[in-house]
Design a binder for this molecule. Sequence first.
Ligand SMILES: [Zn+2]
Ligand SMILES: [Zn+2]
Length: 279
Amino acid sequence: MILLLRKGRTVAISNDPQKVYAELGRQAEARAELREIIEFHRAVLEIQLQVFAPTPAIEFGADQVRASVEAGIPLLSPEVIVVPNDAFAALYNAICSLVATYRPELADEVKALRKTSANEQQVARKGWLLSANGQNGAVSDLERFMLVNTWRPFLWPYAITLAPLIEDEQWYRGQCPVCGGEPDLAALVDEGQRWLLCSRCDTEWRYRRIGCPFCNNTDHRKLVYYTGESPVYRLYVCETCRRYLKAVDQREHWQRRPLPVERILTIGMDVAAVEAGYT
Ligand SMILES: [Zn+2]
Ligand SMILES: [Zn+2]
């Protein structure tokens, strides 16, 4: 239904959530060391799927899309998106409960965050802003996780509709052309083209091969990457803005998993990057 993975000349959303869910199930079986973390994320996805409505409430004309993209403006803004407040708050609280179940040591922190959802619109707006600019130091990692994951299923239908309308050579920016979110994973494909995965709506879009999508730094002396045990994965860090980006090399890889699955399989790299002082 949704797969348009890098064929043709449009950006894409490769994350048919049902396929991601199934693949996470296979990975949980195959990787004992990651089973617990995968099962947690699979449980989050399960409740996200319950609110996922594949038909977006708005329609964009091709002209409107072209004009926005040419001007470098992401297509979505909070004014355009229709998110039912009660559904948003219900999902937010359901994710709170899951976190408290899987990570009992975070229960108190979760409890405090749950209270903040009393003002549903404010929480939703906060989540939108922090995902779009990434620089929100006032928000803990836990709150960020919950806000991003609450927004995600509400953005999927827009991404599925809009991403195929954008030509991949038109954008080349560090933020998502659909929702303006930041990338949290990169993939090298084919002859080395680099695609980025939106941390928020799971759109994939093409970006320059070299350069930091967060600060646009292209000085190769300030860009470093590390490889781990598997040569397929790399951790790129930017010494200019101190941000990091995980990457998966899918050029030779016989099995290309959906990038939202790779996002979860590489959580160890997030831990390593944060411990090394990158955000
Ligand atoms: Zn996005
Ligand atoms: Zn940078």
